[in-house]
Design a protein around this ligand. Structure first.
Ligand SMILES: Cc1cc2nc3c(=O)[nH]c(=O)nc-3n(C[C@H](O)[C@H](O)[C@H](O)COP(=O)(O)OP(=O)(O)OC[C@H]3O[C@@H](n4cnc5c(N)ncnc54)[C@H](O)[C@@H]3O)c2cc1C
Length: 437
């Protein structure tokens, strides 16, 4: 398809946010008579699901310490559950088993779940936790875990399939998707709004722009000439960079995935564990003596999961998903820790280190100054969806953005405006070792 010279709504990026926005916007424009599906154009430099959305572990959960995140996640969960086939969604639940420093936080999340009617179970006490876990996995053996929060909604989706499902749904609503053009710059009107989006395949005159470029946000931020520093939410009186990059450590052990099964023969919930028990390799070497956090699930052809991400600084010059990216591959250190932690939790994973995959896995995420998303108009007609790496599960954000673009407001997205940094309204931080919990 040729690149149109003019369009009312231009969406940059064909990941979860760009395509969810395109699908819902085309649908709402038609339903309200405010426009046509063809008024929505997605441009993508590489391929559908080429970015973070296509490599995500795919977990979907509502385990958030911050209240605005809980509300937003329940909305997202409704959307995942609305079309599990197209969204390749496995509604198997999500379970966190944690050490003592996280118990209070999990109790608070559970209390909120209860008040909102979100189904979850809380178990506390070391003996009780072990018994609960052994009721799911007979060989559960992890020590010193004192709280479990088991969400009975949530689970995980097959990430690439889900994004292609969104693309099909967007095209069915007549939204256009053009693969190939990379955005290289913007031209402005006198009021600072964007008049023309420049791409390497030609310019496009626009009415509105949605920026949904995942880990490439810093490039687009620069092109849009937006502030690079904000008041540091964690260190009052200091300024800090708006964006920094973390490498998400994920991998697989290439074993029969059906080894990962519950006592009653079902696909297990996605399991997340935080602990500080030292980890040892199969030959008795100490591999980790700091607090650690991991997660794992049954994948299609292996057992897949990840560990706490690694900070890689405020610049990521290489294309995060380019083949030469140094951040794309996890190494031996990751597998030493991750497989040792699996074996620490479940006997069935003892002796499995040798099956660690050699395939590239993991990827880069762009994190904001307070580790929470920026959903906001950053210029009068430019809406930015920058999810601070919370985002595969946030399939419902695009639905809210579509409402905003068709003239409604969104209470769910309001807490994530950029002005929160100036107003010192950073969201509270949990005790999790992960920046996204
Ligand atoms: C390894 C890993 C595992 C993850 N696991 C999970 C998980 O289990 N659950 C969860 O909720 N989140 C997870 N995340 C985070 C989640 O994947 C991201 O937050 C989310 O997918 C971002 O979606 P997006 O649509 O903003 O960006 P992306 O999916 O990255 O899409 C952006 C698109 O924009 C395109 N683009 C970039 N620049 C330009 C340009 N100049 N011109 C044109 N196109 C451009 C890119 O090619 C890309 O296709 C994970 C992230 C990583 C890296």
């Amino acid at each position: 398809m040729a690149l149109p010279k003019k369009v009312e709504y231009l969406i940059i990026g064909a990941g979860v946010h760009g395509l969810s926005t395109a699908y819902h916007l085309a649908k709402y424009l038609k339903a309200t008579g405010k426009g046509r599906g063809e008024d929505v154009l997605v441009i993508e430099k590489q391929a559908i699901a080429a970015g973070a959305s296509g490599v995500a572990c795919g977990n979907v959960r509502c385990n958030y310490y911050q209240e605005p995140m809980t509300h937003l996640m329940i909305h997202c969960m409704d959307i995942w559950e609305s079309d599990p086939d197209y969204f390749a969604y496995n509604s198997v639940g999500y379970l966190t088993a944690s050490f003592e420093p996280m118990r209070e936080g999990l109790e608070a999340i559970y209390a909120r779940h209860q008040s909102l009617g979100y189904p979850s179970t809380l178990v506390t006490g070391e003996k009780e936790v072990k018994k609960y876990m052994q009721g799911i996995f007979y060989d559960w053996q992890a020590e010193k875990l004192t709280a479990v929060l088991h969400e009975h909604r949530g689970g995980h989706a097959w990430s690439r399939q889900a994004i292609h499902g969104l693309a099909i749904k967007a095209e069915r609503e007549d939204a256009q998707i053009v693969i190939g053009p990379a955005v290289t710059g913007f031209q402005y009107n006198g009021d600072g709004s964007v008049k023309v989006v420049e791409t390497d395949l030609g310019n496009i005159e626009v009415g509105h722009v949605v920026v949904a470029v995942g880990p490439w946000i810093k490039n687009l931020w620069r092109m849009l000439d937006l502030p690079t520093k904000v008041p540091d939410p964690r260190h009052p009186g200091q300024m800090t960079e708006v964006w920094r990059f973390l490498a998400l450590q994920e991998g697989e052990i290439e074993i029969n995935p059906y080894i990962h099964i519950t006592n009653d023969g079902q696909r297990p919930p996605l399991v997340h564990v935080d602990s500080d028990v030292p980890l040892y390799s199969e030959d008795g070497r100490l591999v980790w003596d700091q607090p650690w956090g991991i997660y794992f699930k049954r994948d299609k052809h292996a057992v897949q999961g990840g560990a706490v991400p690694v900070d890689v600084g405020t610049e990521c010059e290489v294309d995060p998903y380019g083949t030469r990216s140094p951040y794309y591959c996890v190494g031996d250190d990751f597998y030493d820790l991750w497989v040792a932690s699996l074996a620490h939790c479940m006997k069935r994973y003892e002796g499995q280190r040798k099956f660690a995959s050699k395939m590239p896995s993991g990827g880069v995420g762009a994190f904001s100054a307070d580790n929470f998303p920026v959903f906001d108009f950053m210029r009068p007609n430019v809406y930015t969806i920058a999810d601070s790496n919370h985002g595969f599960k946030m399939i419902g954000v695009g639905e809210q953005v579509a409402r905003i673009l068709t003239g409604e407001t969104s209470k769910l997205l309001e807490p994530f405006t950029f002005k929160r940094f100036e107003q010192q309204k950073a969201l509270p931080k949990s005790n999790a070792p992960f920046p996204w919990m």
